[in-house]
Design a protein around this ligand. Structure first.
Ligand code: NAP
Length: 330
């Protein structure tokens, strides 16, 4: 029986042996690169399945949601939740499941042989399986006001933020499928949507163009670009310049949606993983890439849905595929 039960005094044994610094653990069953909704979800599922799992989150963990304000469309939060708070909750949940999270940036990978090697500036990690969940970033216009009013009128996702702009006049920038689809979607809420495009014809598919041309709420502003976004606490107006005539017009709007494409974060994987012409990872079957044992999840391969909930779903799918792969391999 323990001393506490017997009432006897226990003298604490002093350990005078020299302290050997704990060796950093670098070998894992699964290494996940990226810490957005897909990376965290993959971590939760891999750890729960009993795999020793590491997430290398990058220096600014949390993905695109860290730069958003209120999230109303992620299930489980009746009153909505702020994007950064949602990511903190996901991180804590992932850690509670036993996933190791290191906020370090991956600078190189070597997927030639398994276990795969993942290098940060200071360490080399190994994983029997890898999940790439590095996401994508919306392309930016590069204006100062765009940064100042991001989340305060400037948005990169109509599905996410459209409902916050009821009964307001809005701008959408771009001429591809995303811009036309977003402009059409926003007419559900807005009084008017100005679609500002740098050329005089759209890149979007014909069927989507027709739908937009027939929508009375959409005003097409051709050969034009946004040169300034102005406001106070929130954005209030934008300056549109016609690039053929140099004429400038000030338009008072409640919001501006930038829809000029996305850039997947895949530079690291060039020449090792099959990418399409725009840099998105090409999936072979489910979530598997061209390299057996390397999987991908979320916006890094998905150019269609791009939602936090779909990214989380892909993270779950990749983790289940990893389980199958490691089980069959053992
Ligand atoms: P995208 O097809 O690359 O179109 C980007 C648009 O933004 C182009 O019109 C481009 O102008 C313009 N643009 C690019 N950089 C700009 C800048 N710095 N300033 C102003 N304008 C700029 O991108 P996307 O619309 O996001 O579509 C990406 C892919 O997803 C496409 O393959 C698309 O078909 C697909 N997608 C499909 C659907 C659907 O089927 N429902 C919906 C969304 C997206 P230019 O035309 O002059 O180059």
């Amino acid at each position: 029986m323990m001393a506490a039960d017997s009432g006897a005094t226990v003298l604490e044994k002093k350990d005078n042996s020299p302290k050997i610094p704990e060796k950093k653990k670098t070998k894992f069953d699964v290494v996940i690169i990226g810490a957005g909704p897909s990376g965290y979800t993959a971590g939760i599922y891999c750890s729960r399945a009993g795999y020793d799992t590491l997430i290398l989150s990058g220096i600014l963990p949390g993905g695109q949601l860290v730069n958003t304000t209120e999230v109303e469309n992620y299930p489980g939060f009746e009153k909505g939740i702020m994007g950064p708070d949602l990511m903190i909750e996901m991180r804590k949940q992932t850690q509670r499941m036993g996933t190791t999270i290191i906020d370090d940036e991956v600078v190189n990978v070597d997927f030639r042989n398994s276990p795969f090697k993942i290098l940060t500036g200071s360490e080399e990690y190994e994983g029997k399986a890898v999940i790439i969940a590095t996401g994508a970033n919306p392309r930016k216009l590069g204006l100062e006001g765009e940064t100042t009013f991001a989340g305060k009128g400037v948005s990169y996702c109509a599905t996410c933020d459209g409902p916050f702009f009821r009964n307001q006049e809005l701008i959408v920038v771009g001429g591809g499928d995303s811009a036309v689809e977003e402009a059409t979607f926003l007419t559900k809420f807005a009084t008017k949507v100005h679609l500002v495009h740098r050329r005089n014809e759209l890149r979007a598919s014909k069927v989507m163009q027709e739908r937009a041309f027939n929508n009375e709420k959409i005003n097409f502003v051709w050969d034009s670009e946004i040169i300034d976004i102005l406001g106070d606490q929130k954005m209030q107006k934008a300056i549109i310049k016609n690039i053929k005539t140099n004429e400038q017009t000030e338009v008072r709007v409640g919001g501006l949606f930038v829809a000029i494409g996305h850039e997947p974060n895949t530079k690291l994987f060039k020449n090792q993983i099959d990418l399409d012409d725009d840099g998105y990872i090409i999936l072979k079957n489910k979530t598997d890439t061209n390299i057996e044992g390397v999987f991908a999840a979320g916006d890094v391969h998905d150019r269609t849905y791009r939602q936090a909930i779909t990214a989380a779903g892909y993270g779950c799918m990749a983790a289940i595929d990893v389980d199958k792969y490691l089980t069959e391999k053992s």
